[in-house]
Write a protein that binds this ligand. Sequence first.
Ligand code: FES
Ligand code: FES
Length: 169
Amino acid sequence: MTSPKMPISLTVNGRVVEAMVEPRLHLADLLRDQQRLTATHLGCEHGVCGACTILIDGQPARSCIALAVSMDGAEIRTLEGLQGDPLMEILKQAFHEQHGLQCGFCTPGMLISAWDLLRRGVALDERSVREAMGGNLCRCTGYQGIVRSIMAAAEMAKAAGLIKIGETA
Ligand code: FES
Ligand code: FES
């Protein structure tokens, strides 16, 4: 028996989306299947791997365990919505140059989490990057390239005046 659908209205990457959703539909499925925003990847689908990380009201969150029906009124941003963002472009460049990916499956979630980490402006060293990124799992890289990418991106973003590391919390 299917449950009755419920109306929701949310903003996705700056665009108002009106949808009728079943109570059990996850946000990731709404984004991927109904909005065709397939940069959001699904790995474990139970909140562990971080592949599905997006921004909900400006905060990183797992879209595989967020129910779409609870997103009424929320502002969602996916990796597609950060295209052209100067800090994200620097991160992408650093991941490319520092070999921060192999198969790329974890990469969208990694980029969103790293973007959030850098914009906070906290001082970073290898250990703190590893700790901050602990909620994002990668099956390929061994993490060295990812950590190197984030450290390099932090330096590039700092040089470009996009972030002031160590001056904000
Ligand atoms: Fe959401 Fe793994 S797919 S945390
Ligand atoms: Fe393959 Fe991370 S690059 S899972």
